[in-house]
Design a protein around this ligand. Structure first.
Ligand code: ADP
Length: 188
């Protein structure tokens, strides 16, 4: 199974990605996690990404696309993969198409986790207290939500046109959302 997860910041993508990946025996690849690990490790990639992340902006496409291309070339993606946080704009979606063509593979489903704006803002502010992520301040959250609406929402529309999009309501308890996702995926 090759799956892409989209949804606004705070919709619960990271939490659900781990659960879905485990259930279907595929690696969960989170571009946000990879960037954060590189920032922490002070690598070249981390240095390139950090200022954009802290401003709530997308890391430039040439940096992100190259990173994902490398990741998808690794052996563990043979049984499939779950991409969390990529593609995040139409250019990245086109680049992913090209990568998949080179791998002679296609996407099976794009799962959109939906949640209303008040709920995601509240969740991110709560996470800020617990995890202290540099991009979970109120101003940066607002910027990330704006970037989502402007850049990432069109990606969901693109996949909807191709008949790949499945929407799942991300409101409610974590387990309930997982059940909805599994039901929706198994129905395909
Ligand atoms: P969230 O979805 O909660 O905003 P992520 O952990 O997915 O957070 O991403 C955090 C940050 O990492 C983003 O705001 C962005 O700066 C960077 N990032 C992650 N994925 C991408 C991507 N596909 N393209 C560009 N930047 C990305």
């Amino acid at each position: 199974m090759r799956l892409v997860l989209v949804g606004p910041p705070g919709a619960g993508k990271g939490t659900q990605a781990v659960r879905i990946a485990e259930r279907y025996g595929i690696p969960a690849i989170s571009t946000g996690d990879i960037f954060r690990a590189n920032v922490k490790g002070e690598t070249e990639l981390g240095k390139k990404a950090q200022e954009f992340m802290n401003a709530g902006l997308l890391v430039p496409d040439e940096v992100t696309n190259a990173m994902v291309r490398d990741r998808l070339a690794q052996d563990d993606v043979a049984p499939g993969f779950l991409l969390d946080g990529y593609p995040r704009n139409p250019g990245q979606a086109a680049e992913l198409e090209a990568m998949l063509e080179d791998l002679e593979a296609t996407l099976d489903v794009v799962l959109e986790i939906t949640a209303d704006l008040d709920e995601v803002t509240a969740r991110l502010l709560k996470r800020a207290e617990i995890e202290g992520r540099a991009d979970d301040t109120e101003d940066v959250i607002r910027e990330r939500l704006k970037v989502y609406e402007e850049s990432t929402a069109p990606v969901a529309a693109f996949y909807a046109e191709h008949g790949l999009l499945v929407k799942v309501d991300g409101m409610g308890a974590v387990d309930e959302v997982t059940d909805r996702i599994v039901t929706a995926l198994d129905a395909r």
